[in-house]
Ligand binder design. Structure first.
Ligand code: IMP
Ligand code: MG
Length: 181
């Protein structure tokens, strides 16, 4: 997905959210670090007042498929009685989002829904997630860029792409320098 495609879709989602959450002053919550880029662009495209907050978790994706997660950094904000929108970069198995929803639900928010930029439905294990907004549905391929990383690399790319198997064509780490530099 190119920078322009992402921008267009983020603007569409922001318009929908602005309509649905009119007067609700929602709290947009994301998870470090992958969701930062999407949260920043999405929140700035809203036309309603909103607040943001971030959480950090560990997930043991490499070690076990259980998706067991532990909270490393909690929210700063109280969410009891508030409209909360969990903003995710990607939902794959859904285990991470299910864990986060469980944690947030115990605090009795007024509402709790998910906005994910990317959705890999083919790999879903948890089917009951309240995904209210979805940027793009993608096939079961590993993607990087726009916050998504592979071993902490490629997060800062302004677009989303797949990794090549060919070591000679190492993925671009950034935009080409503008002429004259
Ligand atoms: P889930 O718990 O399986 O839904 O996994 C969600 C997390 O896995 C995301 O927040 C990402 O950190 C990571 N992840 C899943 N698929 C990809 C991908 O294609 N590229 C980069 N990270 C991914
Ligand atoms: Mg993530």
């Amino acid at each position: 997905m190119s920078e322009a495609q992402i921008r267009r879709r983020v603007d569409e989602l922001a318009a929908e959210i602005s309509r649905d959450y009119e007067g609700a002053n929602p709290l947009l919550v994301t998870v470090l670090k992958g969701g930062l880029y999407f949260l920043a662009d999405l929140s700035r495209a809203l036309t309603i007042p909103a607040a943001i907050d971030v959480m950090a978790i560990t997930s043991y994706r490499g070690g076990s498929p259980s998706g067991v997660a532990r909270l490393l950094k909690d929210l700063d904000e109280e969410i009891t009685g508030r409209e909360v929108l969990l903003v995710e970069d990607i939902i794959d198995t859904g285990l991470t989002a299910a864990y986060l929803l469980r944690v947030l639900q115990t605090r009795n928010p007024a509402g709790l829904a998910i906005c994910t930029l990317l959705d890999k439905t083919a790999r879903r294990i948890v089917h009951s997630l309240p995904i209210r907004y979805r940027g793009f549905e993608i096939p079961d391929v590993f993607v990087v860029g726009y916050g998504l990383d592979y071993g902490q690399r490629h997060r800062t790319l302004p677009y989303i792409g797949t990794l090549s198997d060919d070591p000679e064509s190492a993925p671009l780490l950034g935009r080409p320098a503008p002429p004259g530099r």
